[in-house]
Design a protein around this ligand. Sequence first.
Ligand SMILES: Cc1cc2nc3c(=O)[nH]c(=O)nc-3n(C[C@H](O)[C@H](O)[C@H](O)COP(=O)(O)O)c2cc1C
Length: 326
Amino acid sequence: MTRETRFTRQLGIDLPLICGAMYPCSNPELVAAASAAGAIGIVQPVSLTFVHGHEFRAGLRLIKNLTSRPFGMNALIEKSSRHYHERLVRWVDVALEEGVRFFITSLGNPRWVVDRAAQAAGIVYHDVTERKWANKAIDGGVHGLIAVNNVAGGHAGRLSPEALLDDLAGLGLPVICAGGVGDPATFRRMLDLGYDGVQMGTRFIATSECNAHPDYKAAIVRAEPEDIVLTERLTGVPVSVINNEYIRRLGTRSGPIARWMLRHRRTKYWMRSIYAVTSMRRLKKSSLTSAGANEYWQAGKSVAGIDSVKPVADLVREFAAALADS
Ligand SMILES: Cc1cc2nc3c(=O)[nH]c(=O)nc-3n(C[C@H](O)[C@H](O)[C@H](O)COP(=O)(O)O)c2cc1C
């Protein structure tokens, strides 16, 4: 049971379902399990190397040893430093050499990824939160759009899944719904609405193959949508987290100095860098350990539909079954 869409045809996969890139939760076993089950897993390079400790090419080979099905790579193309950019170019090249043919780009201009991928007939989708960014991505040559909505885990967008699909109408590219899907019925509803596929993050954390701490998985299963809040205090832009004692102490709005710095072009880079370094370290620790007094966990409002921790194969089978009579 599946549904063929422009997206499944481009990638040659069974089910229009993506296990989204997650810093720090994307361990290679999770990526491989999603692909092996007929969906597609996405490698988060910083997660693969910095959090899970694999040399990049060796990490990709580990996934290839676990499955022969296609998997993708997330390229966050913010030009925050030349060093990072050079490393990202190397990661994209190594991924292409290792047979990766699907890239999801975020933030900057995806053109250079599109051009490099084109040499191997690769497909590039770009994260967008509204039409303005979609038009820029299309100018950059992308083949599809990941529509990040206002209920997504990680960095959320501004529009509801329905409003965002309307906003992106008529652009002629496949559109993937990212955010708010945690159960098979919602998966089907988003496809029936007109999306070409769905990207899930939070739901895939609560699986046996994800290396996140069991307490984190249990907190996702337990949480209700009202427990999910957005805080700017971690990266400078709103991140979706489970409200706990630590988040209540930290607060959800940036302080006045940080806000001022984030508004101004020249200081924005520095403020983002400060947030990035501290939050990367904290996030790495908090996903893999139990929640102490100084920990927090990222999750989206899709927690509403998540009722247990299960193997990825079972999860994907249930999502496929929801399309039985379509
Ligand atoms: C813990 C966590 C970390 C994430 N990290 C990234 C990331 O590094 N890059 C990215 O493009 N998206 C990231 N996302 C977004 C997911 O790939 C996906 O789009 C999102 O989780 C969809 O919303 P959902 O959580 O409601 O399923 C992250 C999401 C979560 C929950």
